[in-house]
Design a protein around this ligand. Sequence first.
Ligand SMILES: [Zn+2]
Length: 279
Amino acid sequence: MPELPEAEVVAGQIRSRLLGASLGDVWVGRADIVREGFSTVSWYPGASLQSVERFGKSVALGFVKDKHCRYVVAELGMTGLLLFQSTLTKHPQHVHVKMSFEDAREPELRYWNPRRFGRLSLLDRAGLDRYLARRFGLDPLAVSQQDFVKLLQSRRGRLKSLLMHQQVIAGIGNIYANEILFRAGLHPHVQVSRLSVARFEKLYQVMSEVLHEAIACGGSSVRDFFAPDGTEGQYKRRHLVYGKAGQACPNHCGGVIRRFQEERSAYFCLRCQSLRSTK
Ligand SMILES: [Zn+2]
């Protein structure tokens, strides 16, 4: 399931190969794949791709035509992928949108989504602003340490739930929440209000390191993530706790990685991540 690093990799590849290219045809196989703005599909052909941005786990393509700007926003959560034409998928019938580009390094960008939920939005600038305000909190790569600490000090509840709360901090999902908390030595269920400023600062540093390292590795290919060019992310090899229940703790503390079943599984080492480690 793509999270921030995977979305960043997707945005980076599209930017490097398609920025400035003109859109030819836009083919939409099923109208219900578009959550919002389906009636504007006919505006897009002839527009040029002027920006590729990541917001949380989503990628927004900004198109310009006749001084007007419109966006195609793709949610990559669950199973949606943006793929270049040369990347073959297991189930080609689930390619629901095809955007062809003229005189570009890639002739086509496709949206593949076997679950068929509406996951694309076609928006103007005001629509994009509303979309962002509704869904996304602070960006973990853009927020300063000071603002991050302030944000956590103003919140209550369990730390892992908070890190994954997209309207508070946008982009971290279950894989990276587990990896960050293990490296920071923090229990997933620790109450945010009990943590010291020093702990928040350590968490901020670890969060930045993990996310940047994951981006550099092309993200994590767990289940069905591929970059647009079909490459798999290699950060999975550096996972220390995610999916490793029953294995010895990589810190060699003598403990074992546990899996706690909840809405999304928590993986942690009780010795290295004590609920009492808060100061
Ligand atoms: Zn341990």
